[in-house]
Design a protein around this ligand. Structure first.
Ligand SMILES: [Zn+2]
Length: 274
Protein backbone atom coordinates (compact mmCIF):
# COMPACT_ATOMS: atom_id res chain seq x y z
CA UNK A 1 0.00 0.00 0.00
CA UNK A 2 2.68 2.50 1.04
CA UNK A 3 4.96 1.45 -1.84
CA UNK A 4 2.14 2.19 -4.25
CA UNK A 5 1.55 5.61 -2.69
CA UNK A 6 5.30 6.37 -2.78
CA UNK A 7 5.54 5.53 -6.51
CA UNK A 8 2.51 7.68 -7.22
CA UNK A 9 4.08 10.59 -5.34
CA UNK A 10 7.36 10.28 -7.21
CA UNK A 11 5.52 10.29 -10.57
CA UNK A 12 3.40 13.35 -9.67
CA UNK A 13 6.38 15.11 -8.17
CA UNK A 14 8.53 14.58 -11.29
CA UNK A 15 5.69 15.62 -13.64
CA UNK A 16 5.20 18.89 -11.80
CA UNK A 17 8.93 19.65 -11.68
CA UNK A 18 9.26 18.96 -15.40
CA UNK A 19 6.22 21.15 -16.10
CA UNK A 20 7.68 24.06 -14.18
CA UNK A 21 11.15 23.74 -15.67
CA UNK A 22 9.57 23.68 -19.11
CA UNK A 23 6.99 26.45 -18.78
CA UNK A 24 7.54 28.61 -15.70
CA UNK A 25 11.29 28.77 -15.32
CA UNK A 26 13.44 27.65 -12.43
CA UNK A 27 12.68 30.45 -9.93
CA UNK A 28 9.20 29.21 -9.01
CA UNK A 29 10.22 25.58 -8.83
CA UNK A 30 11.33 25.52 -5.21
CA UNK A 31 8.01 26.99 -4.12
CA UNK A 32 5.96 24.43 -6.05
CA UNK A 33 8.17 21.57 -4.98
CA UNK A 34 7.60 22.65 -1.38
CA UNK A 35 3.81 22.85 -1.77
CA UNK A 36 3.64 19.54 -3.60
CA UNK A 37 5.82 17.78 -1.02
CA UNK A 38 3.71 19.12 1.83
CA UNK A 39 0.46 18.04 0.12
CA UNK A 40 1.84 14.56 -0.46
CA UNK A 41 3.10 14.27 3.08
CA UNK A 42 -0.31 15.25 4.43
CA UNK A 43 -2.08 12.74 2.20
CA UNK A 44 0.24 9.94 3.38
CA UNK A 45 -0.43 10.87 6.99
CA UNK A 46 -4.16 10.91 6.34
CA UNK A 47 -4.04 7.51 4.59
CA UNK A 48 -2.09 6.07 7.52
CA UNK A 49 -4.54 7.59 9.99
CA UNK A 50 -7.53 6.20 8.07
CA UNK A 51 -6.04 2.73 7.92
CA UNK A 52 -5.33 2.76 11.63
CA UNK A 53 -8.84 4.06 12.37
CA UNK A 54 -10.47 1.42 10.14
CA UNK A 55 -8.54 -1.35 11.84
CA UNK A 56 -9.46 -0.43 15.38
CA UNK A 57 -12.88 1.21 15.09
CA UNK A 58 -15.68 -1.33 14.59
CA UNK A 59 -19.32 -0.42 14.25
CA UNK A 60 -21.16 -0.74 17.55
CA UNK A 61 -24.86 -1.14 18.26
CA UNK A 62 -26.60 1.53 20.27
CA UNK A 63 -30.01 3.14 20.78
CA UNK A 64 -29.59 5.96 18.24
CA UNK A 65 -27.75 5.78 14.89
CA UNK A 66 -27.15 2.03 15.15
CA UNK A 67 -30.38 1.51 17.06
CA UNK A 68 -32.83 -1.44 17.20
CA UNK A 69 -33.83 -1.30 13.49
CA UNK A 70 -30.14 -1.86 12.61
CA UNK A 71 -29.44 -4.61 15.11
CA UNK A 72 -29.91 -7.29 12.43
CA UNK A 73 -26.56 -6.05 11.05
CA UNK A 74 -24.93 -7.11 14.30
CA UNK A 75 -26.80 -10.37 14.76
CA UNK A 76 -29.30 -11.95 12.35
CA UNK A 77 -31.35 -13.24 15.29
CA UNK A 78 -32.30 -9.66 16.22
CA UNK A 79 -34.04 -9.23 12.84
CA UNK A 80 -35.23 -12.78 12.11
CA UNK A 81 -35.83 -14.41 15.50
CA UNK A 82 -39.40 -15.47 16.25
CA UNK A 83 -39.01 -15.54 20.05
CA UNK A 84 -37.74 -12.05 20.71
CA UNK A 85 -38.05 -9.80 23.75
CA UNK A 86 -39.44 -7.54 25.07
CA UNK A 87 -43.17 -8.10 24.48
CA UNK A 88 -46.39 -6.54 25.61
CA UNK A 89 -48.12 -8.73 28.20
CA UNK A 90 -51.89 -8.97 27.82
CA UNK A 91 -53.07 -10.11 31.26
CA UNK A 92 -56.41 -11.27 29.78
CA UNK A 93 -54.59 -13.77 27.55
CA UNK A 94 -52.20 -15.18 30.13
CA UNK A 95 -52.53 -18.93 30.77
CA UNK A 96 -52.00 -20.67 34.08
CA UNK A 97 -48.39 -21.46 34.92
CA UNK A 98 -47.55 -25.15 34.76
CA UNK A 99 -44.22 -25.43 36.48
CA UNK A 100 -42.61 -24.69 39.82
CA UNK A 101 -40.63 -21.58 40.34
CA UNK A 102 -38.83 -20.32 43.40
CA UNK A 103 -37.36 -16.85 43.48
CA UNK A 104 -36.02 -17.24 47.02
CA UNK A 105 -32.30 -16.68 47.04
CA UNK A 106 -30.81 -19.85 48.38
CA UNK A 107 -27.83 -18.43 50.22
CA UNK A 108 -26.61 -15.37 52.07
CA UNK A 109 -26.21 -12.87 49.24
CA UNK A 110 -24.73 -9.91 51.01
CA UNK A 111 -21.84 -9.41 48.68
CA UNK A 112 -19.33 -7.09 47.11
CA UNK A 113 -20.24 -6.04 43.59
CA UNK A 114 -18.58 -4.13 40.77
CA UNK A 115 -20.61 -1.30 39.21
CA UNK A 116 -19.82 -0.25 35.65
CA UNK A 117 -21.30 1.87 32.87
CA UNK A 118 -21.02 -0.52 29.92
CA UNK A 119 -22.19 2.03 27.36
CA UNK A 120 -25.72 0.58 27.24
CA UNK A 121 -26.67 0.54 30.91
CA UNK A 122 -25.35 0.60 34.44
CA UNK A 123 -24.39 -2.97 35.24
CA UNK A 124 -23.73 -4.53 38.64
CA UNK A 125 -21.74 -7.75 38.85
CA UNK A 126 -21.85 -9.36 42.30
CA UNK A 127 -18.86 -11.38 43.46
CA UNK A 128 -21.19 -13.99 44.85
CA UNK A 129 -24.67 -13.80 43.37
CA UNK A 130 -27.64 -15.61 44.82
CA UNK A 131 -29.44 -18.46 43.13
CA UNK A 132 -32.97 -19.28 42.06
CA UNK A 133 -34.45 -22.68 41.37
CA UNK A 134 -36.53 -23.32 38.26
CA UNK A 135 -38.00 -26.75 37.66
CA UNK A 136 -35.47 -28.20 40.08
CA UNK A 137 -32.50 -26.60 38.30
CA UNK A 138 -30.32 -23.98 39.99
CA UNK A 139 -29.63 -20.69 38.21
CA UNK A 140 -26.92 -18.33 39.48
CA UNK A 141 -27.16 -14.54 39.45
CA UNK A 142 -24.52 -13.26 37.02
CA UNK A 143 -25.34 -9.55 36.89
CA UNK A 144 -28.15 -7.06 37.02
CA UNK A 145 -28.65 -3.83 35.12
CA UNK A 146 -31.30 -1.18 34.62
CA UNK A 147 -33.34 0.42 31.86
CA UNK A 148 -34.56 4.02 32.13
CA UNK A 149 -38.10 2.82 31.30
CA UNK A 150 -39.40 -0.75 31.44
CA UNK A 151 -38.81 -2.72 28.24
CA UNK A 152 -41.80 -5.05 28.66
CA UNK A 153 -45.19 -3.43 28.88
CA UNK A 154 -48.25 -4.77 30.69
CA UNK A 155 -51.46 -3.97 28.82
CA UNK A 156 -49.46 -1.32 26.98
CA UNK A 157 -48.28 0.31 30.21
CA UNK A 158 -44.59 1.08 30.54
CA UNK A 159 -43.18 1.28 34.05
CA UNK A 160 -40.85 4.08 35.21
CA UNK A 161 -37.78 1.85 35.31
CA UNK A 162 -36.83 -1.82 35.32
CA UNK A 163 -34.03 -3.98 36.74
CA UNK A 164 -33.07 -7.15 34.87
CA UNK A 165 -31.47 -9.80 37.06
CA UNK A 166 -29.66 -12.13 34.70
CA UNK A 167 -29.23 -15.71 35.98
CA UNK A 168 -27.56 -18.66 34.34
CA UNK A 169 -27.75 -22.40 34.76
CA UNK A 170 -24.06 -23.35 35.11
CA UNK A 171 -24.72 -26.78 33.61
CA UNK A 172 -26.79 -25.93 30.53
CA UNK A 173 -25.76 -22.23 30.23
CA UNK A 174 -29.43 -21.36 29.79
CA UNK A 175 -30.36 -17.86 30.94
CA UNK A 176 -33.25 -16.82 33.17
CA UNK A 177 -33.97 -13.13 33.65
CA UNK A 178 -36.07 -11.76 36.46
CA UNK A 179 -37.54 -8.37 35.60
CA UNK A 180 -38.33 -6.08 38.51
CA UNK A 181 -40.47 -3.11 37.49
CA UNK A 182 -40.10 0.16 39.36
CA UNK A 183 -42.74 2.76 39.90
CA UNK A 184 -42.20 6.15 41.43
CA UNK A 185 -42.71 6.08 45.19
CA UNK A 186 -40.48 5.34 48.14
CA UNK A 187 -36.72 5.37 48.04
CA UNK A 188 -35.20 2.03 47.02
CA UNK A 189 -32.42 0.85 49.39
CA UNK A 190 -30.10 -0.26 46.61
CA UNK A 191 -30.37 2.36 43.85
CA UNK A 192 -28.37 5.10 45.56
CA UNK A 193 -25.41 2.87 46.24
CA UNK A 194 -25.50 1.65 42.62
CA UNK A 195 -25.64 5.12 41.07
CA UNK A 196 -23.12 6.62 43.50
CA UNK A 197 -20.91 3.54 43.23
CA UNK A 198 -20.31 3.81 39.50
CA UNK A 199 -16.80 2.61 38.71
CA UNK A 200 -16.36 1.24 42.24
CA UNK A 201 -16.93 -1.87 44.26
CA UNK A 202 -19.95 -1.68 46.55
CA UNK A 203 -21.53 -3.79 49.28
CA UNK A 204 -25.04 -4.90 48.37
CA UNK A 205 -27.78 -7.42 48.87
CA UNK A 206 -29.52 -7.89 45.50
CA UNK A 207 -32.65 -8.98 47.37
CA UNK A 208 -33.16 -5.31 48.28
CA UNK A 209 -34.21 -4.72 44.68
CA UNK A 210 -37.16 -7.07 44.89
CA UNK A 211 -40.73 -6.14 45.82
CA UNK A 212 -42.50 -7.69 48.83
CA UNK A 213 -44.57 -10.04 46.70
CA UNK A 214 -42.16 -12.27 44.85
CA UNK A 215 -44.68 -15.06 44.33
CA UNK A 216 -46.68 -13.60 41.45
CA UNK A 217 -45.23 -13.15 38.02
CA UNK A 218 -45.60 -13.59 34.25
CA UNK A 219 -43.43 -16.12 32.49
CA UNK A 220 -42.59 -16.73 28.83
CA UNK A 221 -39.63 -17.76 26.69
CA UNK A 222 -37.91 -14.91 24.88
CA UNK A 223 -34.51 -13.47 24.12
CA UNK A 224 -31.86 -11.04 25.26
CA UNK A 225 -33.15 -7.52 24.53
CA UNK A 226 -29.76 -6.42 23.17
CA UNK A 227 -27.52 -7.88 20.43
CA UNK A 228 -26.88 -10.77 19.89
CA UNK A 229 -30.61 -11.15 20.87
CA UNK A 230 -29.99 -14.83 21.70
CA UNK A 231 -33.19 -16.82 22.26
CA UNK A 232 -34.30 -19.51 24.73
CA UNK A 233 -34.15 -17.05 27.62
CA UNK A 234 -36.61 -17.78 30.45
CA UNK A 235 -38.29 -14.51 31.41
CA UNK A 236 -39.94 -13.94 34.80
CA UNK A 237 -41.64 -10.58 35.22
CA UNK A 238 -42.67 -9.88 38.79
CA UNK A 239 -46.21 -8.52 38.86
CA UNK A 240 -45.69 -6.27 41.87
CA UNK A 241 -43.40 -3.35 41.06
CA UNK A 242 -40.66 -2.20 43.43
CA UNK A 243 -40.50 1.46 44.30
CA UNK A 244 -37.88 4.10 43.61
CA UNK A 245 -38.00 7.75 44.54
CA UNK A 246 -38.43 10.48 41.92
CA UNK A 247 -34.85 11.62 42.66
CA UNK A 248 -33.47 8.11 42.15
CA UNK A 249 -35.27 7.68 38.83
CA UNK A 250 -34.02 11.08 37.69
CA UNK A 251 -30.49 10.27 38.85
CA UNK A 252 -30.48 7.06 36.80
CA UNK A 253 -31.98 8.76 33.75
CA UNK A 254 -29.09 11.22 33.72
CA UNK A 255 -27.14 8.21 32.45
CA UNK A 256 -29.76 6.28 30.51
CA UNK A 257 -33.31 7.11 29.58
CA UNK A 258 -33.88 5.66 26.11
CA UNK A 259 -32.16 2.31 26.49
CA UNK A 260 -35.21 0.17 25.81
CA UNK A 261 -35.81 -2.02 22.77
CA UNK A 262 -39.23 -1.63 21.08
CA UNK A 263 -41.92 -4.26 21.69
CA UNK A 264 -41.48 -7.46 19.63
CA UNK A 265 -44.07 -9.75 18.03
CA UNK A 266 -45.38 -12.55 20.23
CA UNK A 267 -45.79 -14.93 17.22
CA UNK A 268 -47.01 -18.33 18.46
CA UNK A 269 -45.75 -17.97 22.04
CA UNK A 270 -47.87 -18.24 25.13
CA UNK A 271 -47.43 -16.12 28.25
CA UNK A 272 -48.01 -17.91 31.54
CA UNK A 273 -48.86 -16.36 34.87
CA UNK A 274 -49.96 -17.23 38.38
ZN1 LIG B 1 -31.95 -5.56 30.24
Amino acid sequence: MYTFVAIEIIIKFSTIIIYHIKYKGVIMNRFFVGVVSLTMLLSITSIQANEKHGATHEKHWDYSKNGPTHWGEFSKTCAEGKSQSPINIKPGKVVELNHKYDIALNEDVHTKAKVIDNGHSIKVTPKKGGTITLNGETFKLLQFHFHGKSEHTVDGKRYDMVAHLVHQNPKTKQLAVIAVFFKEGEKNPILDSVINGLGKEIDIDPQDLLPKDKAHYFHYVGSLTTPPCSENVQWYLLKQPSQASKEQIEAFRKYYVDNERPIQELHDRVVEGN
